[in-house]
Design a protein around this ligand. Structure first.
Ligand SMILES: Nc1ncnc2c1ncn2[C@@H]1O[C@H](COP(=O)(O)OP(=O)(O)OP(=O)(O)O)[C@@H](O)[C@H]1O
Ligand SMILES: [Mg+2]
Length: 275
């Protein structure tokens, strides 16, 4: 009996190793539920009690994910870039290596190390051209640190621009959230096209439906299959999610028995995040 358990544990470890690193971006049209899904996937991953080393990235300048997770951040990359700009003149007088100082500051000030996962938020800069710049700093930081993690979950900005900036260049699992609107399906269609145009090459393309009425599920699943995605499941409308969001309570403390968490668990299984 003990031996069987040992074999099973080994089998599980080998299975996990084969599916890691799991580097996912969660994207889609504005307001479809990207941040909610990111938080719920993290929740079910944390409940799964495997020894993954997890990084969570808020790659949306609006920076909504910390609140959804109930964590405090001191500075975003955008904040650090602004600070750096204000000191730029001083640095040029001293003849120092500016890019190295900036990466050092970002890692020192933006990186939040929590008990179960690490977190970093992109934020936004204020100046002209700052959007691009802050994106490129995030990408540079990810290039340096991704190798330290077995799971990376990235909550992306609405739309497609992040693909052009190639913030998701290391992603091997691309997840697009859709709601029951033609516009969200069109965004999913454009995401898969642009991904190919800019040479981002994930291994897996999934769509997750959010708040899709049951009678539309099959139709939407068939449509997304026809454009190159696997349909990973549906998050139901969950009154508790809405309540937690309005009350500013973290989605990580939702009860495991809630509709949305149960559905997220199924989705996490379907995309290979958990067994
Ligand atoms: N399944 C659900 N049940 C109930 N409320 C939900 C559900 N999904 C999302 N919501 C609510 O809808 C709103 C938008 O969700 P969310 O912030 O996750 O979308 P988003 O795609 O990240 O938006 P943005 O494009 O602004 O980043 C939030 O208030 C959230 O609480
Ligand atoms: Mg969001």
């Amino acid at each position: 009996m003990e031996e069987e358990q040992g074999d099973k544990a080994l089998e599980r470890k080998v299975g996990e190793a084969m599916r890691r690193p799991f580097i996912a971006s969660i994207s889609g049209k504005g307001g479809v539920g990207k941040t909610t899904l990111t938080a719920l996937l993290l929740k079910v991953l944390l409940e799964n009690e495997v020894d993954d080393v997890i990084l969570v990235v808020d790659a949306d300048p609006a920076t909504n994910l910390p609140e959804a997770l109930g964590i405090k951040i001191d500075k975003t990359i955008g904040d650090v870039v602004e600070e750096f700009r204000s000191k730029m003149l001083e640095f040029s007088e001293q003849g120092v290596d500016k890019p190295s100082i900036l990466s050092y500051w970002v890692l020192r000030d933006c990186f939040v190390e929590l008990e179960r996962f690490d977190f970093i938020a992109m934020g936004r800069g204020e100046g002209e051209g700052c959007y691009c710049y802050v994106n490129s700093i995030l990408t540079g930081v990810l290039t340096r640190i991704l190798k330290n993690y077995t799971v990376v979950l990235m909550d992306m900005e609405a739309g497609l621009e992040h693909l052009n900036r190639r913030v998701d260049r290391y992603v091997n699992t691309l997840i697009v959230v859709v709601d029951p609107s033609a516009m969200s399906l069109r965004t999913a269609e454009r995401i898969i096209k642009v991904t190919k145009e800019v040479n981002i090459n994930p291994e897996k393309f999934y769509v997750v439906g959010n708040r899709i009425p049951e009678d539309l599920e099959e139709k939407i699943a068939n449509f997304v299959k026809s454009i190159g995605y696997e349909y990973a499941g549906t998050l139901p409308e969950d009154e508790l999610v809405a309540r937690y969001s309005i009350e500013g309570r973290p989605l990580l403390s939702l009860p495991s028995s809630s509709k949305a968490v149960k559905a997220a668990k199924e989705i996490a299984k379907n995309i290979g995040l958990i067994d």
